[in-house]
Design a protein around this ligand. Sequence first.
Ligand code: GUN
Length: 295
Amino acid sequence: MTAATTFQLLDGKRCSDSLKADIAKEAAEVKERRGQPPHLAAVLVGNDGASKTYVEAKVKACESVGFRSSLIRLPETITEEELLHRVAALNDDQDLDGFIVQLPLPSHIDPEHVTLAIDPRKDVDGFHPVNIGNMVLGLPSFLPATPSGICELLKYYSVETAGRHCVVVGRSNIVGTPMSILLSRNAYPGNCTVTLAHSRTRDLPSITRQADILVVAIGKPEFITADMVKPGAVVIDVGIHRIPDASKKNGFRLVGDVRVEEVSAVCSAITPVPGGVGPMTITSLLLNTLKAARG
Ligand code: GUN
């Protein structure tokens, strides 16, 4: 068989639709049992356009599986102290299974203070150090949505991971670092030999070319080119960027961290942008909220 006939688009929309059908059934069971469906709240501080879009997508996803959702909009000018009070109230709200505070926050608020103030039992983003520590130890925890969504996608497409070399590009707390941990665990997906590359990595192309599985979360549009990819690799593109494009009605197109056209000719599988990792991230948040509701 030629490489072309085995090429696979890792369709996050399709995978997330399949998972959401199961989540909806389980949400109905939760409602039947306790009279209330799972309930997620999302806190949005300020008017950042991208954050607003993401939070609205999360609220819409809740509706699509029969969850209750609450969008809490707070002004850009809110003080850190006031926000911490709101977080404390959400921790104590018995009607709520989980909540998130959308990042980034205005520069006068320290996101670490906010993350630490969230009760780990309601931290469905999986950002609190207690959840991160439990994840590292392989104990029950809420997993960060993007890396856990990528694991779900690898599972859905039965991508073999054991013994394979995974290179993660980008070491953020939200994506790269937890991704490296999840893929090195003794589990499926996992059991990879993981290299975590970052801005200080020397000769990055020589590292990425060793990857059987390449996860790119560097936040630079079309950064990964075909010469950086091993033939037959599985490529996961976490980036999403708006690029001005006069030929489009809305004046822009969406691209990832990977130059998709040329890389598709080399790799065996790739996530599209949009429709790859994005829908999986939101679905993982729903899975965490369901888990919180089940207790
Ligand atoms: N900003 C970008 N991604 C995320 C996420 O997964 N959760 C929150 N709370 N903020 C984000």
